[in-house]
Design a binder for this molecule. Sequence first.
Ligand code: SAH
Length: 405
Amino acid sequence: MDFDPLLAPAILCLGPDGQETARRIRSGCPEAAISGLAGPVEGAEILHDSVEAALRDLYRRDQPIVALCASATVFRALGPLLKPDQPEPPVLAVAEDGGAVVPLLGLRRGANRLARIVGAALGVTPAITLPDCDPTAQRPTGTARRGRLAVVGLGPGCGGLMAPEAREELRRARHVIGYETYVRLAGPFRADQIIHASDNRVEMDRARHAFTLAAAGESVVVVSSGDPGIFAMATAVLEALHQADEPGWHRDVELVVVPGISAAQVAAARAGAPIGHDFCILSLSDNLKPWPIILDRLGHAAAADLVIALYNPISRARPWQLGEALDLLRRHRAPETPVVLGRDVGRPDEKVWTVRLDALTPEQVDMRTVVIVGSSTTQAFHRADGGAWVYTPRWYGESSAQAAS
Ligand code: SAH
């Protein structure tokens, strides 16, 4: 896993007017630090006495700089330090109101690329005055760069259950964004790939970060476990695109969603074929939807005699909901209804087992478990290893054998 110093520039903010712009730049460069002058800039992480001192100090530390000030200020401060043929860090001048982005120095080390990312975060096209001479640039100079944003499902765990198309997107991406656990499942990565792993639960921030990078011409992959469209990142990415007033996100980004095998499919396959007839997937998480709606839906699904796969069945923050859901299901289903439990499916500690509905307790379930509750026709029978095969026949009412007798 690599850390790209280009994407962790110091944003030099000289006064309160630039603070909002500095914060917007950070939506494209979350690893950036805001650096300010003692006095006028509240909450700046590093304080300096004068603009010139700040610029010189950062420059001497070979730190990429995004300076919210006039280009002339930068040259007055850094001019005396510039030497021909000496490598210089990327330095951009950005108007305090965010209306202009100009790469000034460090064109050999990605200044134009940084300018595109900062420009994308601010919704402006950077004033590129000299073509890229950055040897690490992804594409030839001068051409409009179309970024790529792939929202990818990893499947349930590692190895064989990931689609080749997902693997290909991971290979071609420069940036990998996602929840830490899933990013780890997606590895290993090459040294030139940049990993933005986070515990951050705010999916919309992650989605906006991904668009900002892609709109600047970068190739970005956003990873989810299972299928990205099932309680996962694809929705946040589409919502971010729909809500943001960012024409560049539509025009300059090639967006693709790559499906993955979802947890219920893996658990079902291990158990036989419990979702072989009509079924539904419900999330029991009431973080994003009210509990009464969940119960109402569950009641309708049970009354419709669907096989029901429960995702997010329980967590420390939601200890009692599963018990209430099971009480409701027991009012609709016979006590012997087969329930398939799949824990960590597709991962090294996978465990899949079957219980009767009347024997199922919340203690058997955790947040890494998917619970598949059979319909009135779901069958279970012993298998040689002591477990059970479970299936839901595709006929309804009388079987052909019964009809003939
Ligand atoms: N996008 C994922 C689902 C995310 S919701 C998918 O399509 O699989 C998270 C819930 O999915 C978990 O609480 C659990 O119920 C289920 N889940 C995800 N991965 C799982 C796995 N490997 N084993 C068992 N359940 C899993």
